[in-house]
Design a protein around this ligand. Sequence first.
Ligand code: ADP
Ligand code: ADP
Ligand code: ZN
Ligand code: ZN
Length: 883
Amino acid sequence: PAPQEPQPVQADVRVLGAREHNLKGVDLTLPRDATVVFTGVSGSGKSSLAFGTLYAESQRRYLESVAPYARRLIDQAGVPDVDSITGMPPAVALQQQRGGRSTRSSVGSITTLSSLVRMLYSRAGDYPDDQPMLYAEDFSANTVEGACPQCHGIGRVYEVPEQKMVPDPSLTIRERAIASWPTAWHGHQLRDVLVALGYDVDVPWKNLPKKHRDWILYTDETPSVHVHSRLTLSEARAAIEAGVEPSYQGTFIGARNYVLHTFANTKSASMKRRVAQFLDVAPCPSCHGKRLKPEALSVTFDGLDIADFSGLPVRELALLLDGAVADASRQAAANPGPTGTAGGALHADVRRQAVQQRVEAGGSAHAAAPDVRRTPNRSAEKLATTARLGKELVDRLRPIIDLGLGYLSLDRTTPTLSGGELQRLRLATQLTSDLFGVVYVLDEPSAGLHPQDVTALFGILDGLKRRGNSLFVVEHSVDVMRHADWLVDIGPGAGERGGRIIYSGPTDGLADVEESVTRGYLFGGSGLPPHSPRRSTSWIELNGVTRNNLGGVSVSIPMGALTAVTGVSGSGKSSLVSQALPALLAEHLGNAVPVDEAPEDDELLLADSPDRLEGAIEGDLAGVRRVVSIDQKPIGRTPRSNVATYTGLFDHVRNRFAQTPEARARGYKPGRFSFNVTSGRCPTCEGEGSVMVELLFLPSVYTECPDCHGTRYKPSTLEITWHDRNIAQILAMSVEEAHDFFTGEEDIMRSLSVLIDVGLGYLRLGQPATELSGGEAQRVKLASELQRAQRGDTLYVLDEPTTGLHCADADRLVTHLQTLVEAGNTVVMVALDMRVVAAADYVIDLGPGAGDDGGTVVASGTPAQVAEGGVGASAKYLTTALE
Ligand code: ADP
Ligand code: ADP
Ligand code: ZN
Ligand code: ZN
């Protein structure tokens, strides 16, 4: 028997027999009130332990205690596979965002700062003389009370002009005069319906009476009539007279409404793009894009309306509020209000009004007396409110600024934020939430942070710990590991080759653990070999690039080389690399060169973003045939897209199944083995493998489909096997397992090898795209690109490709990028890990600061030149990395 373990002073968290996913019956003891960092290569089991076991169990207990009736459903949704967990406090998880995000949410709404700002405007704003006071909701464009009545809070108005819908009025309707009509069958149907309604579709559009043209384009009516297919007006009349049976019942929709309705509702990106070309978009003439009703916009604070206020970088907002709070306190002291004490009892008159109002409002909370909104501008009460709300706002803005996000404004929408920015915002919000005694479970909080900003992150983490919380952090940054009180190294490899605890204890102790892959990165010995920068003979010149905070930047990028763009968070790296460069290249090279996927959100689609792109590009572009720009946006938005379908390897797998003798005998074609096609998939869940269950008062949960038990297929489809595995078993394999299984199948192996090279060996082939983190999605896209034949004529643009990767995995990815460059391609990447930057041929450092303090090139050259130059935020860290 093992010797008795000494009893630690502090209560700790004990895990026995954790077997979730690849965990191999893990036993573990973790300290509380400490920062515990989980490390290990991608797929080793860090998330399975931290999120899948510890957090999930804490969550399950919580749900059980609040909703006993949900027990059965929670069990179905999955109980972590673990024998016991003791000493686990309630947990709060901050994971990298997965899947799509709502354009309606913004920095202000996810931090809940917007509601404070609305309260500030409602209670302490300056109102025009004749303007009644407003409630906080009157300042929200997302409420009926606050929205601009003309644009309904959208800030834009859409027009569908006749010239766009009918570009060539000499055509007849049958000749597709109405270009904005749907193509194919639906377009024919609309034409036939018009005939049935008595319109002539065989005269040139311009010869139709204006009344007819207006009705066809602009009517809101949707008449439904019996239709005879493909006839002219006179033929149709004859057919009706002769009593010919109509072909079908058809419904008409006005051409304008068709465009507006499709643009607003379609789920297909290509449909949306098609109809967008018929739209004219303009800022709303009433609110000028500010989305609020005129009364709300007439209220100011420090001379700004609430829209302008929310558009300021939070760093400037904090300065403005600091000033206003100081002013208000000074004035209140110098000039006590009518009642003598600022913020004290109100004038009797005002109080009576307030009571009256509360009665009118049915006793709702909005009108709690005394009501400061009933006092004049600059009243003592308003000054007191300014001081109190202003201070609270500043206190809550501070952690956001400290986390290096002072360049964001409250109105920035969440889809334009990176996963790392979003997580740090949530972290900053937590810091001011006054929770204590909980465990925060975090997923790579250092993602997107320049080494210079990591110190601020430590401040936030330490603040949470000081307040009596514990931190469980999944991390790859060596700096964060060094900052930990306790390190848990999981591995040694990924998937089946991982899932064991290699080390658990204070960080220094890892130095003696030979088996650890992490050790060499923390204590020396591992890493990429020193790199001698390639010398380029040809360059791309970008001139006068203006985009977001870039104000006319000029920069040269070497061809046939690996370039790293660095700089603190918010300095303009993404604006230059992910936005300006691919767009300018596309413009220069013409449509012959495909660039990325088309943007999906309305803003970009309609090109009415206020942040227009300007700039010129020249240089040696003759050799560039393709531009591949890969960002961290989620791939596909449905659970129907997965790693196997996205990379195309599933097509090959389905072909193998269709070629088996049994499949041929039954007449099963490759489509039979797709869960997106009716013939072979489970009809209950329509191939999703899960069904959604609505829970009263709780978020709805997905549970395994009761008929196919999550396999997604009909039993008959599953009877077909290839090398003793059915199609569902293949989808359940990890990439690594599949790599062993498909040995010798060249076309399939090519995709699998590249997926392993980019550090995704642990993903299951059937893992839905919606479950991938931003970094994983980026690497799936990268792998899909890399498996194509290399011709040495491609320019790759990558945004932080090593996010979410253990140092060892990052090294393998960089090695792969080097082979691309060896083959003659050009790679330009945003990179913050100075080990990776040191492996580049050329470095462009942006800065010096973030937002308006950034946006210029502060240093460029080989890594050694930038390090030696000593200018810019990266030089110091690059020097260390080059040693
Ligand atoms: P890490 O966080 O260290 O990158 P994970 O905990 O995400 O690793 O994955 C560990 C192993 O568990 C991998 O082999 C992975 O394929 C597997 N795994 C992860 N999520 C699931 C899941 N939902 N279902 C089945 N296996 C999973
Ligand atoms: P980095 O990649 O270096 O973190 P970004 O290029 O993302 O920096 O941002 C640079 C500046 O441009 C910041 O001030 C940021 O707030 C602003 N910015 C970036 N994207 C947008 C956007 N879609 N809309 C408005 N401002 C943006
Ligand atoms: Zn408007
Ligand atoms: Zn099913």
